[in-house]
Design a protein around this ligand. Structure first.
Ligand code: FAD
Length: 416
């Protein structure tokens, strides 16, 4: 990382000095047109800032350390306290400087912080923060989604390298990524959760084949990935061999937090309040009493979701882990966002049905409609609503566990 561009602030900086440094950086490094648009709201920024332009500019933002300001300097951050980060967030929020590489930030990084070696953190975190190495997650398989622990991808040790064989699916952004976090089975004779190991896989290695999957929104976001004798150095194993299930728990908790919006880069930060946007639209174009009623109910629910996320953040701040509480937020956010997106589509009325059916139809969809289609995945991605309800029932409410007739059996003796 180019230390010369890091913002000259640290944990000892007074609040005034911190804000002054951020202010000076915004004035000199954030394009004036973005600053002007910020005054008109997030939609205005989106309208004038193409993604490619943002990606080209992003490394200079990441180099300041502001993208992960609470992380240690050696990993790309500024070592600031959560309070200092919040202060900065207040100034940067209106500029909508979304963090790139979310699967690196929220899925890979928590595992490296909790279970990685210092050498792994120094090697992988700074280029991930810079978006110079992009990350995806290869956990799910055709036969292992909700029941992830039954996964079949094999990894066998050969000298100081592991040889990986098998298939993954739904790997979001694998077609744009340099690296993947990947779970593979290293001991089939162990119980299914015991014989799994967590790897960092270079997707440019020989034997990796990524095939794109187009979803109902018309775009390609996820992929099938085949690994055929892919060699992964033992130095890219996170945690002990056979302990990958425990390592993966850090990743999955981080993912649930991201989807629920309680993580630092969650929906609150990048998308703002969905309901507030609808209420704003309803002020401009009056809606009928039934829609008014829906908006009030959605507004109340969104407040409750916000408070749940606050509780998770407070737990993390106090040194706890997000744990099962993040599942509550995840379940709530999934269904709530679907209801918000559906209301947005209903407010469009007949216009929601009229869009050109051409090769480029996905790009011509009104954002309300593409948002509604995309939101169907909210109750599946990051663990389905049904499975998260099981987690809440067992881990939060202490209800009896689901019966498992194969409890105690080895993976190879368990039917799949
Ligand atoms: C947009 C999107 C992006 C994704 N990105 C990634 C990614 O980047 N990397 C990755 O590894 N995976 C990814 N996934 C996969 C995701 O994690 C899985 O789809 C999810 O865990 C469900 O697994 P499955 O699709 O195999 O469904 P299944 O597990 O087959 O479930 C089918 C249905 O059965 C229900 N069900 C299953 N078990 C139970 C149970 N015990 N009790 C009650 N109901 C149950 C489920 O709720 C669901 O309704 C993504 C999925 C989506 C939709």
């Amino acid at each position: 990382m180019d230390v010369a561009h890091r913002l000259a602030v640290g944990p000892d900086s007074a609040d005034d000095a911190l804000l002054e440094a951020v202010e000076a950086w915004v004035a000199s490094e954030v394009p004036q047109s973005w600053q002007n648009a910020a005054a008109e709201g997030r939609q205005a920024i989106r309208a004038i800032r193409p993604r490619a332009e943002y990606e080209a500019w992003y490394p200079s933002f990441a180099a300041t350390g502001l993208a992960v300001s609470t992380w240690p300097v050696a990993y790309g951050g500024l070592d600031l306290s959560v309070e200092q980060a919040r202060l900065i967030e207040g100034r940067l929020g209106p500029l909508n400087l979304g963090r790139l590489n979310p699967l690196g930030l929220h899925n890979m990084a928590p595992a490296l912080f909790a279970h990685g070696t210092e050498a792994q953190r120094l090697r992988f975190l700074p280029p991930m923060v810079q978006n110079a190495e992009r990350w995806c997650q290869m956990f799910s398989e055709p036969g292992a989604g909700s029941d992830l622990a039954s996964l079949s991808m094999r990894a066998e040790l050969d000298g100081d390298e592991w040889v990986l064989n098998g298939q993954k699916v739904w790997s979001t952004w694998a077609h744009h990524s340099e690296f993947a976090i990947c779970l593979a089975r290293t001991d089939p004779s162990a119980m299914k959760r015991k014989g799994i190991t967590y790897f960092l896989v270079d997707l440019r290695s020989p034997g990796v084949e990524v095939r794109e999957l187009r979803h109902m929104g018309g775009t390609v976001d996820f992929n099938e990935v085949w690994l055929d004798d892919v060699r992964v150095p033992d130095t890219n194993r996170v945690g002990a061999a056979g302990d990958g299930w425990r390592v993966a728990a850090s990743t999955l908790a981080g993912e649930r937090q991201m989807v629920a919006g309680s993580g630092s880069g969650g929906v609150d930060r990048i998308g703002g309040s969905g309901v507030a946007r609808l209420i704003e639209a309803a002020r401009r174009n009056p809606v009928d009493p039934v829609m008014k009623d829906r908006l009030v109910a959605l507004y109340c629910e969104e407040q409750v979701r916000g408070w749940t996320n606050e509780r998770v953040r407070a737990t993390v701040k106090a040194g706890g882990t997000p744990g099962p509480a993040a599942s509550v937020g995840k379940v709530h956010q999934g269904t709530l966002n679907q209801a918000i997106q559906l209301a947005a589509t209903d407010m469009l009325g007949a216009a929601a049905m009229a869009f050109p059916l051409a090769d480029t139809w996905a790009e011509s969809l009104p954002y309300e409609l593409s948002g509604m289609i995309r939101s169907r995945a909210n109750t599946i991605e990051g663990g389905t609503t049904e499975v998260n309800k099981n987690v809440i029932g067992e881990k939060v409410l202490g209800l009896p566990r689901e019966p498992d007739p194969w409890h105690g059996a080895s993976w190879e003796d368990t039917p799949r």
